[in-house]
Design a protein around this ligand. Structure first.
Ligand code: GLN
Length: 547
């Protein structure tokens, strides 16, 4: 008789650490590793460790550190959790996100509760131990067979040391279950005309000095890795050449897992981890990454926002951009996204005319009064000129204010966020936020995470979702003021969704306009490459029609 007893397989952990420079796609690498291992039938989870002392990303300016990604459970996290969700199609929670702040907060809380039983509490080992506890907790809760842990920042940063120490301790205890990927960048200065491995060698040495030897080197570069460079790195690290992965620039980030498979990285990882190679299931993804390369028709979407001041808007609005891409590709067009700084419309309303050139307008999330008058002008313009408009959270509030100013024939219509004591607060402070704002209790206190809503039949939104009950992720302190519901509804604003528990307006639509929809939530977080969000899908459809 053959035994059906499964042998116990210890959970495996892969740490991803950056070398040389940041912002070269370490998050995409970690997400892609999750994707290829999952596609071979293993349970995976991804964790992001950020070195900052913030408890979460909720209080960080988006133009500084990129979008704040919101999970189902309300976690306000680094944008990389969005990459993990989009690639592995799995929901991330608070367990998938660790910061220095959380670690210290927990250690200090336990010290105050006498949980260290009178011992002195030390940075080492108590801080690394708490990091390890958190990593293991995430693995246990998700029952993941492989957990991928990405460290923010680049090797050589002082603040990374305690996280590296945690990883080193894990490796020392379970040498066969812990692995390291160094995600490096291979420079190829024009002046020299060839790739250079020295910066990567230094990065590896720095990792070595923390007591860690990498198992894989993931080499980002403009062109494919030159064989000589692969040989050098292989020798320096005493690693077989197959573990030096070439990761040249790609057409889209969604090509990365496909390229991994071309390089047989999936096989190599599983072999190194001592896991059986199961059949891979990536056909859909491969077909999708092929399809998007062959699209040449375009749709132009204008994003009217305000977080454009620093180097790039891509990080700030990453989930919105990806959701636009998913929906556009679904309709076989590629998006041409134009960045429109709302403040310029305030200074010069003539500039609004440029909106004629876009096929659809998105007003994304945001906080504070700056730039909102310009956004209201843009919403007016979209309304008058029948340009499809999609308002995301703040964008829904903007739509409501612009609409109400017309109906109430009054300039004194606004949100209490932008103008305290305004005569007609059509957007008002949520009841449970009043004390929080007054006491400056800002961290993690907004209306956060997944909440349900009931759609009204006959609305554009119902048509998109094709169902009555939905759940979407939120992040806001202000809401539609129900005192104005009747008058606005009577005059052409459709209340397309309500949260039945608290009677909050979740979606508004402008009747008679081809597609003008504002949602109090953030649909962008739930869009997937192979499953565009229904509202983005229909918004892009309307934009194409408007061409
Ligand atoms: N500032 C608005 C609020 O707090 C909108 C928030 C957002 O766009 N996420 O309600």
């Amino acid at each position: 008789m053959t035994s059906k007893l499964k042998t116990y397989q210890a959970p495996k952990f892969i740490f991803v650490v950056g070398g040389v420079i940041s912002s070269v796609g370490k998050g995409i690498a970690a997400a892609s590793i999750g994707k290829i291992i999952k596609s071979r039938g293993y349970k995976v989870s991804n964790i992001k460790c950020d070195m900052y002392v913030n408890i979460d990303a909720g209080t960080i300016r988006p133009a500084e550190h990129g979008e704040v990604f919101v999970g189902e459970d309300g976690v306000e996290a680094d944008q990389d959790l969005g990459n993990y969700e989009r690639f592995t199609d799995q929901v991330c929670t608070k367990d998938n996100y660790i910061t220095t702040g959380q670690v210290y907060q927990e250690v200090i809380r336990r010290e105050r509760n006498l949980e260290y039983h009178g011992e002195d509490v030390e940075v080492v080992p108590d801080i690394p131990n708490e990091i390890i506890r958190r990593i293991k907790n995430c693995q246990k809760k998700n029952k993941s067979e492989v957990t991928i842990i990405e460290f923010g920042g680049t090797i050589g940063e002082y603040q990374l040391l305690l996280f590296l120490e945690a990883a080193r301790i894990m490796k020392a205890n379970k040498p066969n279950d812990i692995f390291f990927v160094m995600a490096s960048y291979i420079l190829a200065p024009k002046l020299i005309g060839e790739q250079k491995s020295k910066p990567t060698q230094f990065a590896i040495r720095t990792l070595n000095s923390a007591g860690i030897a990498p198992d894989f080197i993931y080499c980002r570069s403009e062109k494919p890795l030159e064989e000589a460079i692969r040989n050098t790195i292989s020798t320096v690290c005493s690693l077989p050449k197959e573990r030096i992965i070439s990761a040249p620039d790609v057409y889209s980030i969604y090509d990365v897992p496909v390229n991994f498979e071309k390089e047989k990285f999936g096989e190599v990882i599983l072999k190194t981890l001592g896991l059986k190679s199961k059949k891979k299931n990536m056909q859909d993804w491969v077909a999708f990454s092929q399809k998007i390369k062959n699209i040449d028709k375009q749709v132009t979407i204008g994003i009217v926002g305000k977080y454009f001041n620093l180097k790039s808007c891509i990080d700030t609005y990453i989930s919105v951009i990806e959701a636009i891409k998913h929906a556009s590709w679904y309709h076989n067009v590629k998006p041409n996204i134009v960045w429109l700084d709302s403040e310029k419309y305030e200074k010069n309303p003539e500039k609004l005319k440029e909106l004629k050139k876009v096929d659809g307008i998105i007003v994304p999330g945001g906080f504070g009064a700056r730039g909102t008058e310009g956004m209201i002008l843009a919403a007016d313009y979209a309304h008058k000129n029948n340009i499809p408009y999609f308002g995301l959270c703040l964008g829904m509030q903007i739509l409501t204010i612009s609409f109400a100013r017309k109906i109430l024939r009054n300039k004194e219509v606004n949100s209490t966020e932008f103008e305290e004591g305004v005569k007609h607060p059509v957007i008002c402070t949520m009841e449970d936020q009043i004390d929080k704002i007054h006491n400056k209790d800002y961290g993690g206190t907004m209306r956060l995470g997944a909440h349900i809503a009931k759609l009204s039949k006959g609305s554009l939104s119902f048509k998109a979702y094709q169902k009555e009950n939905i759940s979407e992720r939120h992040r806001h302190r202000y809401e539609f003021n129900n005192k104005y519901l009747e008058i606005l509804e009577k005059n052409g604003l459709r209340i397309a969704a309500i949260n039945p528990e608290h009677n909050l307006v979740e979606i508004v639509e402008v009747k008679g306009h081809p597609w003008m929809v504002g949602v109090q939530f953030h649909p962008e977080f739930k869009s997937r490459p192979l499953r565009p969000h229904p509202l983005f899908r229909d918004f892009i459809k309307a934009a194409i029609k408007n061409q």
